[in-house]
Design a protein around this ligand. Structure first.
Ligand SMILES: Cc1cc2nc3c(=O)[nH]c(=O)nc-3n(C[C@H](O)[C@H](O)[C@H](O)COP(=O)(O)O)c2cc1C
Length: 366
């Protein structure tokens, strides 16, 4: 039987982002839901990701005449209506028939950045055409085959990508037990792999498990790959998956234009720290030389606030966007952004911070 995804298009009543997971569960095939929700091994790092925001506190400030919050910010000269962006995630056709096309539209309506994964269920050019005036990044899983790397990066450049995200923490998949239990295999083709496969016969991803997909990825990724991607594209390169300050330093010296602090939502190395707990040390080392994007475990406006106050310039959300896509298509994605922006606005006002710059200058309490 062919894979059935949602085709709902509707605004959502979001009470909080965390509750979306239980709303989605009964609507999705167990294998697809397990792949999206799951983390590595005991999911300890995944749980710590959200838990860790409790390690810092926001001191309220009053009588500062702040009657609204201004969420506008920018990166690489791109103006954004919010510091919250979408984290690149593969195979969004699992969540909705329109997949990345609807996510791109919803994110554009929120005035934010959509990033398309190498392993998307939509062609890069189709996602770009879905929101032609909105900024998009392309996320690269570098292949062992430079023919593929050049081919796909060329497509991204032609589609108008504003930056390349080089994901460096997933040269192989983490051990995710839900996928083992469900014998999960991607039920839908990955057209960006298919486009190249037409020439080489390397396959389109359909019917493959995670390990088989990652087998084509370059396990031996090195710092020099940053320059190679820069030279191939002439675009800013963001290195995603940084947790160690020394990796941030080495990446900047190797030419990274931004650092993406992430542990892949706890889907890769279990037993590692929460992404939020490593952010201050990375930010100290980066010392504002390049922007920092942060993700993993962000579910509340106060989490966004705390990440910004700890050194992030932008904050990304992963699973909640996919859940919004499943529940309501492009409108559902927009509803997720509206909700977290609303929580962030309230937090900012109650903390006595009117602008994103003011949030960034806030000192959190231990
Ligand atoms: C279903 C799913 C697929 C993902 N696919 C990718 C991907 O293709 N490339 C990538 O760089 N990160 C991918 N990620 C990681 C996200 O970009 C992000 O780091 C993570 O989801 C953030 O954690 P959160 O889900 O707790 O917000 C994926 C995450 C999920 C949940």
């Amino acid at each position: 039987m062919s894979y059935q995804a949602s085709n709902d298009e509707r605004k959502l009543k979001v009470v909080n982002l965390a509750s979306l997971e239980s709303q989605v569960k009964p609507r999705m095939e167990a294998g697809a839901f397990g792949y999206i929700r799951g983390g590595a091994e005991d999911e300890w790092t995944m749980q710590q990701n959200t838990e860790a925001f409790k390690h810092k506190k926001i001191l309220p400030h009053i009588l500062k005449g702040i009657d609204n919050a201004n969420l506008h910010t920018s990166i690489f000269g791109i103006d954004l209506d919010t510091p919250v962006i979408e984290a690149p995630s593969a195979a969004q056709g699992l969540a909705h028939e329109k997949g990345e096309v609807d996510t791109a539209k919803g994110v554009a309506a929120a005035g934010s950045i959509f990033s398309i994964s190498t392993y998307a269920n939509t062609k890069i050019e189709d996602a770009a055409a879905a929101a032609p005036n909105a900024p998009q990044f392309f996320q690269l899983y570098m292949s062992k085959d430079d023919g593929f790397n050049k081919f796909i990066l060329d497509k991204a450049v032609k589609a108008g990508a504003k930056a390349i995200i080089l994901t460096a923490d997933s040269t192989l998949g983490g051990y995710r037990e839900a996928d083992v239990l469900n014998d999960f295999q991607f039920p839908l083709p990955m057209p960006n792999l298919a486009a190249y496969s037409d020439k080489t016969g390397s396959g389109d991803g359909k019917g493959k498990g995670i390990a088989e997909i990652y087998a084509a990825a370059k396990q031996g990724l090195v710092l020099e790959d940053i320059q190679r991607v820069k030279q191939w594209t002439n675009l800013p390169v963001i290195v995603k998956g940084i947790q160690a300050a020394e990796d941030a330093e080495a990446s900047i010296l190797a030419g990274a234009d931004a650092i993406w602090v992430s542990n892949h939502g706890g889907r890769q190395l279990d037993g590692g720290p929460a992404s939020f707990d490593v952010l201050p040390a990375v930010a100290k080392t980066v010392a504002k030389r390049v922007p920092i994007i942060f993700d993993s475990g962000v579910r509340r406006g106060e989490h966004v606030f705390k990440a910004l106050a700890s050194g992030a310039d932008l904050v990304a959300i992963g699973r909640p966007v996919i859940y919004g896509l499943n529940l309501g298509g492009a409108e559902g994605v927009k509803s997720v952004f509206d909700h977290i922006n609303m929580e962030l606005s309230i937090t900012m006002q109650l903390a006595g911070t009117k602008t994103i710059d003011a949030v960034k200058n806030t000192t959190l309490l231990d």
